[in-house]
Design a protein around this ligand. Structure first.
Ligand code: DAK
Length: 259
């Protein structure tokens, strides 16, 4: 496994926790960090059953793309930079394992975009969410105009995108941007509990369910439902399905092997 300059990776059985570790700049994403994140997520995609993403320190998850790195960019280098963000966010959606964002402070710009590419978002009470790109004269660049709209709807997304204002955790919960709010001290523990629970479920079922949700979003309902029916049927031919149903009837916990 590679060692990284700007991120930390910790393993706890089937759970990998990846921490963006640039607390002096509120964990802002420069290109090195985006490349490292991509590499770390790829390296852990095979063995981990769930990946938790969080930020170092007690102020920020990620306060956006690194403005000092962006300032001298030309349109061409900006395009390349944006691609780095798109690669890691698409990867998070395509992974077979679950991804959880533990938002422990500011999740702004690229930080919010990273969080909304995860399967779930839990936040601490001091979390703040926003897309301040328009205050810098640019648009969101890592998928913010697309994923946020799909999550909270056009009206709420446009309000956030056009004003650049931040919202607090309570408002984020109200508009369906996050799954829940937890005290800062217990946020990571809560995310680990959810991750551990997911890790006990059928791995093939989780990866297929994730794919159905992600791909189905861009498909017509009937085609997506057909795909769901086919996936459901295919899973009947797996060891995990036999084990899951046998375990229920024998009143014991299942032992899934991902086969
Ligand atoms: N980049 C670089 N440094 C940052 C940073 C960022 N995004 N956010 C904070 N920092 C640095 C500050 O400069 C400061 O550094 P020093 O002065 O200590 O050296 C340090 O972190 C602590 O920040 P503050 O002193 O400002 O802390 P406060 O508690 O007073 O304020 C804050 C916290 C989060 C409200 C404030 O730092 C802030 O407003 N930060 C900037 C938030 C922001 O605008 N983020 C960028 C969003 S734009 C695209 C590609 C990508 C993107 C767009 C387009 N294309 C290629 C098309 C994405 C853009 C974004 O993410």
């Amino acid at each position: 496994m590679a060692s990284f300059e700007n991120i930390l990776v910790e393993h706890d059985g089937p759970i990998a926790t990846i921490t963006v570790n640039r607390p002096k700049s509120l964990n802002a994403l420069n290109s090195t960090t985006l490349r490292e994140l991509t590499q770390a997520v790829r390296e852990h995609a095979e063995q981990a059953r769930a990946i938790i993403l969080t930020g170092a320190g007690d102020k920020a998850f990620v306060a956006g793309a690194d403005i000092s790195e962006m300032k001298p960019m030309t349109p061409w280098s900006a395009r390349e930079f944006s691609e780095l963000g798109h690669v890691v966010t698409a990867l998070l959606e395509d992974l077979p394992c679950a991804t959880i964002a533990a938002v422990n402070g500011y999740a702004l710009g690229g930080g919010l975009e990273l969080a909304v590419a995860c399967d779930m978002i839990f936040a601490s009470e001091n979390a703040r969410f926003g897309l301040p790109e328009v205050t810098l004269g640019v648009t969101p660049g890592f998928g913010g105009t697309q994923r946020l709209v799909r999550l909270v709807g056009k009206l709420r997304a446009k309000e956030m995108i056009f004003t650049g204002d931040m919202i607090d955790a309570k408002r984020a919960l109200e508009i369906g941007l996050i799954n829940g709010i937890h005290p800062r001290e217990s946020l990571l523990a809560h995310c680990k509990t959810v991750a551990q629970k997911i890790a006990t479920r059928g791995p093939l079922a989780i990866s297929r369910a994730k794919r159905l949700v992600e791909r189905g979003y861009d498909m017509a309902l009937r085609a997506a439902n057909r795909q769901e029916a086919e996936t459901f049927a295919l899973l009947f031919d797996t060891e995990d399905r036999r084990e899951g149903m046998a375990a229920f009837l024998e009143k014991r916990p299942p032992k899934f092997q991902g086969k």
